[in-house]
Design a protein around this ligand. Structure first.
Ligand code: SF4
Ligand code: SF4
Length: 218
């Protein structure tokens, strides 16, 4: 899940500047879970904008699997209301915002109402979103027992702990478990400690040269 956080309304209003007619786009997946772009947040935003004298020409909330794959359809479904707008306000992650930009033939301004934070998992309580993947392009989970050292170790170490861990906690943040102690314990449980006996080479940073792109045509 991509985690996003609301920007303040003042910041959004300032960014919109002179734009008068706005079409709002939420997201029925991650942004709904994060409470940044579900129906409640979209309708709240509509009300706030109207109170400030903006006209909201319409709104829509693309759902599963993601705004990026659904936006074309929503452009087709909301053609009239979207045509009347000077600009779009997207209450979703940065990928959603840029999907709207890429799909608007008129290339109108697109604004975001959120800050995008990280790729996360949701814990068993359904309340805590924790960073678990930085999309590093060279996944080591098969070696580390499914625990990501790139995101869970404060230093992103790939070859064991830094030596600063104390009773299993990280020296950078004592409230957090040391990722490498978690990895060690997990591999021990799985009888797979051999996985980390050999030093791993440094990461291949060529896999991180941006912007990355793949062609999904078969
Ligand atoms: S190693 Fe971690 S950051 Fe890299 S792809 Fe795997 S889960 Fe994501
Ligand atoms: S204590 Fe553990 S999690 Fe923290 S920086 Fe060192 S190795 Fe990484």
């Amino acid at each position: 899940m991509i985690v996003s956080q609301k920007k303040s309304f003042e910041e959004i209003l300032k960014a919109l500047g002179p734009m008068k007619k706005i079409f709002i786009i939420g997201c029925g997946e991650c942004a709904t879970t994060c409470k940044t772009g579900g129906e409640k947040e979209v309708l709240e935003m509509k009300k706030l904008l109207e109170e400030k004298g903006k006209a909201v020409t319409g709104w829509t909330i693309p759902d599963a699997p993601c705004i990026a794959s659904q936006i074309k359809l929503h452009f087709a479904k909301n053609m009239k209301a979207m045509d009347e707008a000077d600009a779009f306000l997207v209450l979703a992650c940065g990928l959603g915002v840029q999907s709207v930009l890429d799909n608007d033939r008129r290339k109108r301004p697109v604004y975001t109402g959120t800050d995008t934070l990280f790729g996360s998992v949701l814990d068993m309580t359904g309340l805590i979103l924790s960073e678990r993947c930085a999309m590093c392009g060279e996944c080591v989970l098969n070696i580390t027992g499914g625990i990501c050292p790139v995101t869970r170790c404060a230093k992103g170490l790939l070859n064991g702990p830094c030596g600063g861990q104390d009773k299993g906690k990280c020296e950078v943040d004592k409230d957090k478990d040391c990722a490498w102690i978690l990895i060690y314990n997990r591999l021990k449980e799985l009888n797979m400690l051999d996985n980390i006996k050999k030093a791993r080479p440094a990461k291949d940073h060529s896999k991180l040269i941006k912007p990355r792109e793949i062609n999904i045509k078969e």
